[in-house]
Design a protein around this ligand. Structure first.
Ligand SMILES: Cc1cc2nc3c(=O)[nH]c(=O)nc-3n(C[C@H](O)[C@H](O)[C@H](O)COP(=O)(O)O)c2cc1C
Length: 193
């Protein structure tokens, strides 16, 4: 039996709506994850608007989000594109867990970036936005081809990616995330508890 500890991955959907493609796709990935991956999805419903006054004692489900970030080895964000950027829901949640600046629970945390939109571009313009965000938190962005889940009326069926080529690209990025986690572990950082 392998002694390799499991990879704990946390999916963060950047949309709150009931029929969210972001949330559905992240949940559907549970069945496609490689062995040794423990997959969970954190819904951002309970995250209030960011207020620096409450950094020391954050309200709502912010403490639970922070705990989930600490407990995971890597994060998969999937944000819709809103007005050529990431969703406010995603930005707001990351702002909460980005404190204290440059030394937060996101520092050195491996992150895979995914976007979605119903348009063929799939939120490609929000990708740059998310890269900037996770550079500022000193996270480790999983390297690889940008993956945007577009034309969702065709490519996402019953909440799961139905386009095989697209699904392969998503899984390749998750593979890159796992390799980043292995690098972080090799650099001496303990696996998530
Ligand atoms: C306020 C708003 C702004 C949007 N702006 C864009 C945009 O700039 N580019 C784009 O491709 N799609 C845009 N869309 C479409 C969303 O990206 C698309 O509906 C996406 O699937 C929503 O994600 P969800 O299904 O997870 O809620 C916008 C939607 C909303 C509600």
């Amino acid at each position: 039996m392998s002694a390799m500890p499991p990879f704990k991955l946390l999916g963060l959907p950047g949309s709150l709506r009931a029929r969210s493609v972001s949330r559905a796709v992240l949940h559907s990935l549970a069945g496609a994850m490689p062995p040794h991956v423990e997959w969970s999805v954190f819904d951002l419903h309970g995250i209030p608007l960011y207020n620096e006054d409450f950094d020391a004692d954050p309200p709502g489900s912010v403490p639970a989000l922070r705990a989930a970030v600490i407990a995971c080895d890597g994060i998969v964000v999937l944000s819709p594109e809103y007005n050529h950027g990431m969703s406010g829901v995603m930005k707001n949640a990351i702002d909460w867990v980005s404190r204290p600046g440059y030394n937060s629970v996101l520092k050195d945390k491996p992150v895979a970036i995914l976007t979605t939109s119903e348009s063929p571009l799939g939120g490609a313009r929000a990708q740059a936005d998310l890269h900037k965000l996770f550079l500022s938190t000193l996270s480790r962005i999983a390297p690889g081809r940008e993956v945007s889940i577009g034309s969702t009326a065709r490519t996402v069926v019953d909440g799961a990616i139905a386009d095989e080529a697209l699904k392969k690209r998503v899984l390749a990025l998750i593979d890159s995330l796992l390799r980043e986690i292995v690098l972080v572990r090799g650099a001496g950082r303990a696996p998530a508890p």
